[in-house]
Design a protein around this ligand. Sequence first.
Ligand SMILES: [Zn+2]
Length: 151
Amino acid sequence: GSADQKVKSKLKNPFLKVEDRRCRYRPFYLQLSSFPVVNYSNPRPCSPFDVEKKNAHGQKHIHNKQRNPTNSDREKRPNQVPPKHKRRKGYCECCMKKYEDLHAHIESEQHQKFAKSSQYQVVDDIISKFSCDFLELRENTPNVKRRKCNV
Ligand SMILES: [Zn+2]
């Protein structure tokens, strides 16, 4: 496979390379066009690593750097999902499965099975040791008036 192909290419400066001492694991790299610089002129509480950009009106504007500037070219999304139903990618630790859409995964048979299983007994065991000191209201109880809280 591709492991046989020994492509020796030097890392371009500036870069960061992290490797375990025993060389058992693949090193990982970070290559940037420029290293982050601590910018003291950024107004608080902005990050000192935020990049300052001047917009058309000459006003200073703090621009948050993209989290993965190196990956942004590779992972260009063809269509942006409308904000109302944001697809949330992630990993489910219950099903040990990656999912593309959080909602779809929660509705899936595998996850529903887990959610209704007795796997949460460990949580229930801890909860059973707590005492509940909230006032429990029964529905439509006329005697107990709820106090309004002024914020
Ligand atoms: Zn799941």
